[in-house]
Design a protein around this ligand. Structure first.
Ligand code: DCC
Length: 219
């Protein structure tokens, strides 16, 4: 196997081996969607690009070249745009990050129907200022872990009705953080969940979410 193939295979498995074959079915609602190593490698390259574009202050000639290359790439991919039902990004729930680059990659280390624990690193792309993650990026992560926990274990689909976030301390970029979510209770269609994001012993942020189970036919 070539180095590239090894890297792609590693992406498919996930760094902790939490790849498709190892994930519990409660966290894999759509087993029909199969990621390919090549698609995941493209997403990983895009994540790196987002970080590099955020940090870069290139000279004019490099800027002109880079813009041209990016425009060419967009045009090339636009020719293969698929309808939402066939889209892959964000729907590859068996791999860390779900094949999307909107929120940072959530690596699950432990999960059940009522609890999930994982780790995450916010790259430069998510910088707000002074080494701290942008305040809008943190709810993305909470919605990710709580949304998945709310809908796991054979529960019918729900949507976020509110997500209350408390910012307790700055959340640093570029370091590994720990995240934990809990399914607290259910009242009819309402599901209440909580989560915390920590850097070592420091509590960076916590959240409470209400997820309301959708009625039949509700989008
Ligand atoms: C494939 C890859 C997947 C990959 C997995 C991806 C993981 C990420 C998951 C992300 C999930 C999302 O972000 S979803 C996207 C963000 N969310 C949305 O777009 C939701 C938009 N809002 C809505 O659609 C609606 O408002 C609903 C569905 C939330 C609720 O509307 P409804 O169904 O008509 O219900 P309604 O009667 O209003 O409310 C039911 C009960 O909940 C209470 N309630 C409703 N909203 C609130 C509220 N904000 N604050 C307090 N309480 C509330 C009501 O008082 C009532 O309580 P009582 O009188 O019964 O006591």
């Amino acid at each position: 196997m070539s180095t590239d193939e090894n890297a792609a295979e590693e992406l498919l498995r996930g760094p902790e081996g939490l790849g498709r074959r190892d994930m519990p079915t409660s966290w894999t609602r759509r087993p029909g969607i199969e990621p390919t190593p090549d698609f995941l490698a493209m997403i990983d390259a895009l994540r790196a690009l987002q970080d590099d574009v955020t940090a870069a202050v290139p000279p004019p000639d490099v800027l002109v070249d880079t813009t041209k290359t990016l425009s060419e790439l967009s045009e090339r991919l636009r020719a293969y745009a698929a309808p939402e039902r066939d889209q892959l990004t964000g729907r590859l729930i068996t791999v860390p990050g779900r094949g999307q680059t909107m929120s940072p990659v959530l690596h699950l280390d432990e999960w059940s129907e009522h609890h999930a624990r994982g780790h995450v690193t916010f790259g430069r792309f998510y910088l707000g200022g002074n080494g701290a993650v942008h305040g809008g990026a943190i709810p993305l992560l909470f919605d990710e872990i709580l949304g998945r926990l709310a809908n796991t274990g054979g529960r019918r689909p729900s949507r976020t009705a509110f997500l209350h976030v408390n910012y307790r301390s700055i959340t640093p970029i570029g370091v590994e953080l720990q995240i934990e979510g809990r399914f607290e209770r259910e009242e009819g269609r309402k599901r209440f969940l909580t989560a915390e994001l920590r850097h070592g012993d420091t509590l960076c942020a916590d959240a409470e979410g209400l997820f309301v189970q959708l009625k039949p036919g509700q989008p």
